[in-house]
Design a protein. Structure first.
Lengths: 282, 329, 318
């Protein structure tokens, strides 16, 4: 038996699993690293006095000292935003990951079990999906409590069903795939099949949607704060800042503008990354 | 002697989208230890259903599927696992049978992992041993399926299938997706594996010539039923069922004598016939020997000679006649 | 000219490819004759047929000294003239029966597409007659069915009927039975043989199956890596193959007669070479000259062989 070099019958090649780095992607990755730093160690970028009230400096326009200007309490808006990133983006991350985790487990169990279990579990999902999600989020956020933590919980509750549906569909089709059936003949248990061969094949789809959802969750969270249903008081949460700023739009235009633009850009960033990941998948 | 695998009067019907397909209609067959049984049939014969039933991927509607005399489905989880270790599979599509996200080495080691055979280092050594046994360099363990050709991947599948030293290999059209020269290599590999390990095989294919090359005994299926069974040489030289005869005649061999001779068939055109009759012999619409009595219910397998059975009630017309090599009737 | 199709020195190169997909292929299909292109995947047999019928994408480079159908230079034709040729003298049947049909339109509509008025009515009558000929009972009713009501074999037959209505002189069949069951294949091939005899039709058959080729073709071209390895009358090529690839191919096919349970003869495992003879990597006779210099076809014995070492010393195959 000869040791073989590639034979004459080529297999159809699938996309390589290595990421292809373009200038575009390097930039995206760099921004991502920056965001991560800001969220984890905001103190790296600001001094200690970022939240100190200094009435004398109130409503200063954008300048070298205060690139985004100051607010009604004389606090530097840029520095507040840097610390607020942890709240806003961090909470958005929490919503997206938690919803994805819960939805994946739920959907995988439902799809794998099939039969009446699947039907019942999906009915429940249908009920959730029947509600317009923001209305439901607002109602829940108001009911659970008017703070960031309740807002996050409310959004997770609203968000997980769409993951469940997506994963369940994928699992249903994976169940029939040859490599899953082949692994079953090897003696693998259902748990092993799910863990090794089924769920991992849902990851790329989940990742693409999850990244985009970070952006959408950010919009939802800042929106809830804007409506007074999430962050309260002197929290540097971005949506709350925009809410406060709306009373001073004419006099201190920078106060509403900069937080709003940053929210927009951040959301766009996550959507862009999500698209890139989805592109890799196809 | 308990057969490695036995199907007893197995029935299986699939319903979906308003259509009912009776894939298995009273199928019985057995594979003895060390024996290679070839299962031959075209599409709609039910041979793939037999493979899935034998592997416990499907439960029969009625009848028994026994591995070493025990039922696979319905056995305790632990017993099922033990039985599965003794019956392994090689499928038709080499690439799809492997998890594309895993390396070759991971996939070959998977049965060892599942059944807890050896430490990680021992498993790796075994993987290298298996790769060499199927004619691949051990360095292939680091590759991914998408980097390899169909023939190489089928070797990998065979390596994975023999990892646990099984007693029975169920091979469902394992060479049908391969080019001629690659197909020959894999056939040779199956021969070698069978000889060295003494493993029993249920080798399923639509290609009679391939099956003939490997099998000791051949089972012929048509429309969900077994229509003939017998030792390979005898069955191929002297078929006892009109369908087997048609299959032999339709297996065109490249010999100079037949060059440019065209093809003649004794059967009625399959594609002009709609459906298979519910009662009586399923081959009636296409059979050159059919008479009215053939459409009556109650037709089944009957012995026609020593070690041979046929489901044709007019088999005596065929017993003793030569199989036509040039295919005029 | 008694040759229906004449191809000389055809080469095809895909954009960005290191090597041509087809190189230096020459053959003729005589009137009422049948020629087969045989090879495994990657041999270039389908590409040759697609190149001759101008069905390759625009970016693909097709060059030849000559590609003539009944005297007309196919490579010089414009789109409209090509379409007329494809509808008229040149009929084509492809491999996958399901892919050749639009699932959303009836068989009748698809076969009579583009025809109007008296021409359509006349063609329709002929089509009904042909459908009956191919074994379709009650063709008028069944023509109004959709493709999914037909089996694979039936679809190929219907396609044949549709092609024959146009009274072609040459039928190009690219793996027409590869997707079909063995017995269905035999029946379809028998039908093709009968129809050819009735209509005096020439055929260019593309197949990987030497058994099919043996029965259906008078003349065969064995292709390897885009080049002709051997060509000649089918009987000669099968009785006494001169090219190592032809021999290896024939030896690798499992047979219904003769020894069994013994290893089949297989060549070495290697990729096709870019320089010299493409088979040199796998050939057990290869010498240095084979690796350096590409052999050109030359007559040896009863066939034309592209091999430096032919005639070979070994005993002949099957």
């Amino acid at each position: 038996m000869s040791t073989a070099a590639p034979t004459a019958a080529p297999a159809r090649p699938r996309a390589a699993r290595r990421v292809r780095w373009s200038a575009h992607r390097i930039v995206l990755a760099a921004i991502g690293a920056l965001i991560l730093l800001v969220v984890l160690v905001p103190g790296l970028f600001t001094g200690d006095g970022w939240n100190s009230v200094n009435v004398a400096d109130k409503f200063l326009g954008p300048s070298l000292d205060h690139p985004f200007g100051t607010d009604e309490a004389g606090r530097d808006i840029l520095q507040r935003m840097i610390h607020g990133a942890r709240l806003s983006i961090g909470s958005a991350l929490a919503v997206a990951f938690a919803a994805a985790a819960i939805g994946t487990v739920y959907g995988a169990i439902s799809g794998w079990a099939g039969g009446w279990v699947d039907r019942i579990l999906m009915r429940i999902v249908d009920v959730f999906l029947a509600f317009p999600y923001l209305v439901l989020a607002m109602a829940l956020a108001a009911a659970i409590g008017r703070d960031m933590r309740s807002a996050v919980i409310a959004l997770i509750i609203v968000w997980w069903p769409s993951y469940a549906r997506m994963v369940r569909g994928r699992v249903l089709s994976l169940k029939r795939d040859l490599h899953v059936r082949a692994a079953r003949t090897l003696g693998a248990s259902s748990a092993q099949l799910l863990r090794w061969h089924v769920v991992p094949h849902t990851f790329s789809e989940i990742n693409a949607r999850l990244t985009v959802d970070i952006g959408y969750a950010l919009v939802a969270l800042t929106g809830l704060s804007f409506l007074g249903l999430a962050a309260q008081g002197s929290s540097p949460e971005w949506g709350l800042m925009v809410s406060t700023a709306k009373g001073f739009v004419l006099s201190a235009w920078w106060y509403a503008l900069f937080p709003g633009v940053v929210i927009l850009l951040t959301v766009l960033y996550f959507v862009r990354v999500g698209d890139e990941l989805a592109g890799e998948e196809s | 002697m308990t057969p490695l695998l036995e199907l007893r009067d197995v029935h299986k019907t699939f319903t979906g989208r308003g259509r009912t397909v009776r894939a298995s209609r009273g199928v019985s067959l057995a594979v003895q230890p060390g024996e290679v049984v070839g299962l031959v049939g075209e599409s709609g014969s039910g041979k793939s259903t037999v493979a899935n039933l034998a592997l416990g991927l499907l439960a029969p509607d009625s009848g028994e599927v026994l591995v070493h005399g025990e039922r696979l489905i319905g056995a305790s989880r632990r017993r099922e696992k033990e039985l599965r270790a003794r019956v392994q599979a090689v499928f038709q599509e080499p690439l799809l049978a492997l998890d594309g996200r895993r390396t070759i080495g991971w996939s070959i080691a998977e049965p060892l992992r599942i059944h807890g055979r050896g430490t990680k280092a021992e498993q790796q050594a075994r993987v290298a041993e298996l790769l060499t046994a199927v004619g691949l360099d051990p360095s292939f363990a680091e590759r991914r399926p998408s980097q390899m050709s169909g023939g190489q991947l089928q070797r990998v599948n065979i390596a994975r299938a023999i990892a646990l030293d099984p007693e029975l290999l169920v091979c469902d059209e394992p060479v049908s997706a391969l080019d001629v020269s690659v197909q020959a290599q894999i056939i040779n590999l199956f021969l070698e594996v069978q000889e060295r390990l003494g493993v029993g095989m249920l080798f399923i294919s639509h290609d009679l010539a391939v099956v003939r090359h490997l099998a000791d005994r051949i089972v012929v299926m048509y429309a969900g039923r077994v229509v003939e069974e017998g030792p390979t040489d005898e069955l191929c030289a002297n078929p006892h069922h009109p369908y087997t005869r048609a299959l032999l005649a339709a297996s065109l061999e490249p010999t100079a004598a037949e060059a440019g001779a065209g093809v003649q068939t004794a059967t009625t055109d399959a594609s002009t016939v709609e459906g298979v009759p519910e009662e009586g012999c399923p081959f009636v619409p296409r059979c050159p020997l059919a008479e009215p009595a053939c459409a009556q219910p109650g037709i089944g397998l009957a012995p026609t000679a020593r070690g041979r059975v046929s489901a044709c009630r007019r088999a005596e017309l065929l017993v003793g006649a030569e199989a036509t090599t040039s295919n005029s009737d | 000219m008694s040759d229906v199709l004449s191809v000389r020195n055809l080469s095809v190169r895909y954009p960005g490819a290191a090597r041509p997909a087809v190189e230096g292929v020459s053959f003729t299909v005589p009137a009422r004759g049948s020629v087969a292109l045989v090879g495994e995947s990657g041999s270039g047999k389908s590409t040759t047929a697609l190149a001759v019928t101008r069905l390759l994408d625009r970016g693909v480079e097709v060059t030849a000294d000559e590609v003539r159908f009944e005297g007309t230079d196919l490579l010089a034709l414009g789109a409209r003239e090509l379409r007329d040729v494809r509808r008229g003298g040149l009929g084509m049947v492809f491999q996958d029966p399901r892919a050749s049909w639009n699932p959303a339109r009836t068989i009748e509509r698809q076969l009579l597409d583009g025809l109007r008025g008296a021409q359509r009515a006349e063609r329709r009558e002929r089509l009904i007659a042909h459908m009956r000929r191919i074994g379709l009972d009650d063709p008028e009713r069944r023509m109004r069915d959709y493709p999914h009501h037909y089996s694979g074999g039936m679809l190929q037959r219907a396609l044949l009927a549709g092609v024959l209505v146009h009274e072609p002189r040459l039928l190009i069949a690219d793996e027409p039975t590869s997707a079909l069951d063995t017995t269905v294949q035999a029946e379809l091939l028998a039908l093709i043989g009968q129809l050819r005899a009735e209509q005096g039709l020439s055929m260019l058959l593309i197949s990987h199956d030497l058994g099919v080729v043996a029965r259906m073709a008078d003349h065969v071209l064995v292709l390897y890596a885009g080049r002709i390895a051997e060509q000649g009358p089918t009987a000669a090529v099968l009785a006494d193959p001169q090219h190592p690839y032809t021999r290896d191919l024939l030896a690798a096919i499992p047979r219904l007669h003769g020894p069994r349970k013994v290893p089949l003869q297989v060549g070495k495992v290697a990729e096709a070479r870019a320089t010299g003879c493409p088979y040199a990597g796998r050939c057990r006779f290869a010498v240095d000259r084979c690796r350096a210099e590409t052999p050109l076809p030359r007559p040896v014995g009863g066939t034309e062989v592209a091999c430096h070492l032919a005639p070979l010393p070994d005993a002949k195959a099957a």
